[in-house]
Design a protein around this ligand. Structure first.
Ligand code: NAD
Length: 273
């Protein structure tokens, strides 16, 4: 047996086919965890699972899941128990920047910036609002409780890490649906931390600043968009997915054994306190 921080453990990662979720899955696997990689059905999920197997030699189960569908999410948690024998960690990263966002689609059709204007809350179509809240907030709630039920049944405690956003603390004009959904994730993290503490389950969150992933690709490719991101970031650069994975590993491992209900904001100094 190796010396990894998650040796012998099972981690479920939603949004695991891309960006921050994939980087967290890779890091967890490198630390000895078996991974249930959950994302929307498709080639990207299979490709990410294959990449994980190749680079870590670890066991990886690819699981097609839409986090807005309760049956999918319950099946995902159950699969960890039935196929892997346990569920120790949930990393909830599945998310969208706005209602029309399709991760990994080409820049021209994407318009996928975090903070992409949708005309403001007075104009945002209700269907768009509902879509962002369904994926970013309800999806996290459903995954959290499905995982927590399995963790409680197994009786070994567990750790849940939710990917919120610095937009939980910064009101993004023109992306109110996104900001509100992420503020909801931060509060969900606090409530669940209190509800689950008696079961030995710790619940924490991460609120990234601007990170180099497909979600910010549109802004990275646009001169003004890039300048805006850097102007909001005192460190003067985007964060990397590996920096997010390092924060996730801290919260998913015993390194943070006395921490629950917190959202950490690795955002290059975007705000303090
Ligand atoms: P990404 O597009 O690379 O990854 C998001 C993943 O979520 C994709 O693989 C996508 O298929 C999956 N997903 C979307 N809807 C889903 C659904 N209904 N069910 C299952 N999976 C679904 O983007 P990313 O930047 O890695 O984003 C990961 C998380 O980080 C998101 O929650 C995002 O809001 C958050 N975040 C990102 C940034 C950033 O700058 N990139 C900043 C703050 C927060």
């Amino acid at each position: 047996m190796g010396q990894g921080k998650l040796e012998g453990q099972v981690a479920v990662v939603t949004g695991g086919a891309s960006g921050i979720g994939k980087a967290c899955a890779l890091r967890f696997a490198a630390e000895g965890a078996e991974i249930v990689l959950a994302d929307l059905r498709g080639e990207r999920l299979e490709a990410a699972a294959e990449e994980l197997r190749r680079t870590t030699n670890g066991r990886v189960l690819a699981m097609p899941v839409n986090v807005t569908e309760e049956e999918d999410v319950e099946a995902m948690a159950q699969r960890a128990l039935t196929d892997c024998g346990r569920l120790d960690v949930l990393l909830a990263a599945a998310g969208i920047s706005h209602a029309g966002y399709v991760s990994g689609s080409s820049a021209g059709e994407r318009g996928d910036t975090v903070g992409a204007t949708n005309g403001g809350l007075l104009d945002v179509p209700l269907a768009n609002w509902n879509r962002v809240l369904a994926v970013n907030l309800t999806g996290v709630m459903l995954s959290n409780r499905a995982a927590a039920r399995c963790m409680i049944a197994a009786g070994n405690g567990g750790r849940i890490v939710n990917i919120a956003s610095s937009a939980a603390r910064i009101p993004l004009v023109g992306a109110g649906d996104y900001s509100v959904s992420k503020a909801g994730v931060a509060m969900l993290t606090q409530v669940l931390a209190q509800e689950l503490v008696e079961h030995g389950i710790r619940v924490n969150g991460i609120g990234p600043g601007f990170i180099g992933t497909p979600m910010t690709q549109g802004m990275q490719d646009d001169e003004e968009g890039r300048a805006n991101m850097l102007a909001m970031t005192p460190m003067g650069r985007l964060g990397t997915v590996d920096e997010m994975a390092a924060t996730a590993l801290f919260l998913a491992s015993d390194d943070s054994s006395y921490t629950t209900g917190q959202t950490l904001y690795p955002n290059g100094g975007m705000f303090v306190g």
